[in-house]
Design a protein around this ligand. Structure first.
Ligand SMILES: NC(=O)c1ccc[n+]([C@@H]2O[C@H](COP(=O)([O-])OP(=O)(O)OC[C@H]3O[C@@H](n4cnc5c(N)ncnc54)[C@H](OP(=O)(O)O)[C@@H]3O)[C@@H](O)[C@H]2O)c1
Length: 288
């Protein structure tokens, strides 16, 4: 029988890739924010009870880090209360819950790859709200898969990594941070890995990123090199030099002990995944 999957935040960057990946193998309800607001406990409960999905994948979030800093109450409602509502609704019908978290639960001071054994210590409100969301899920329902990616990039994303091809073509000068280092994650690779993790049937906390680390500056230079944007000046800046409401962790390489135990190979290097993303951007442009 075809698996029934409900995806929240389906209009977002990752949500769209997850819907596409799962639609090949499952019957998918793609819920955008206007279809399902995860802050509304009753709406979540009612919809999950009516549709009876076997798996719920929570891609809904307030993902703008500075907005979370300015509006912490909203951040906690979406990023902590929302997952709690979903976990309770999943428990009521015994559905599995995949909840997407972040590398920003860590403070970035370890100087070595973080594993799931490392205690989280968020340094901004986005990270704190996401950590609270993880804990709410763990408390509410055992059949959860908490996935921590980092620096997601993909077509249609509004974040820096996803917007780079467009920025590099339209701006004469781009400032990119040199001292925030992490592992970029192509949304297509992450969506495919979520499918593989679910197929193993082992609930728990997973770190999922493409292999290798880089700064935003290195990432931007690599995108520019591929696109042949040699007229754009990319200026390296330091994290502390930018006046932003939220602090960022400076080094968040992740290692996944659980994937290693289950024999799931590391994802391909980010630089290879980036080529596929840029091909996707080109195909998209040729359709316009
Ligand atoms: N982007 C990254 O670099 C990154 C890195 C690590 C982890 N993550 C995590 O990955 C997940 C997916 O992020 P993303 O990059 O796909 O973010 P995104 O593009 O901002 O997508 C999030 C989606 O959630 C929706 N949403 C917001 N509030 C909602 C609510 N109350 N109820 C239901 N839906 C709501 C948003 O709708 P509107 O757009 O209409 O508001 C948006 O479609 C999140 O859990 C995020 O924390 C992201």
């Amino acid at each position: 029988m075809t698996m029934r999957v409900l995806v929240t935040g389906a209009g977002g960057l990752l949500g769209r890739y997850v819907v596409r990946a799962f639609a090949r193998a499952a019957s998918v309800w793609a819920m955008r924010r206007e279809d399902l607001d995860v802050r509304d406990r009753q709406q979540v409960e009612r919809l999950v009870r009516e549709l009876r999905p076997q798996v719920v994948i929570n891609c809904a979030a307030l993902s703008n880090v500075d907005l979370c800093e300015r509006e912490p109450e909203l951040a906690f409602q979406v990023n902590a209360e929302g997952p709690r509502h979903l976990a309770e609704a999943c428990r009521a019908i015994e559905a599995e819950l995949v909840h997407i978290s972040t590398d920003y639960v860590f403070d970035g001071s370890k100087g070595a790859p973080y594993t799931i054994a490392d205690p989280p210590h968020p340094i901004n409100r986005y990270g704190a709200s996401k950590w609270a969301g993880e804990e709410a899920v763990r408390r509410a329902w055992a059949r959860h898969y908490i996935i921590r990616p980092a620096r997601i990039f993909g077509l249609g994303g509004k974040n820096f990594a996803s917007a780079l091809p467009q920025l590099l073509r339209t701006q004469p000068l781009l400032r990119a941070i040199v001292d925030e280092v992490g592992s970029p994650t192509y949304a297509a690779d992450l969506a495919a890995r979520i499918l593989e993790i679910l197929a193993r049937g082992r609930p728990g906390t997973y770190h999922v990123t493409n292999r290798g680390v880089c700064s935003w500056y290195e990432f931007a230079c690599e995108v520019a090199r591929h696109l042949g944007c040699d007229r754009v000046r990319i200026e390296p800046v330091r994290s502390a030099d930018l006046e932003r409401p939220a602090r960022r962790p400076l080094y968040t390489e992740l290692r996944c002990l659980l994937s290693e135990q289950l024999g799931l190979p590391p994802l391909r290097p980010w630089s290879l995944a980036l080529r596929d993303f840029l091909e996707e951007v080109k195909r998209d442009e040729s359709l316009c």
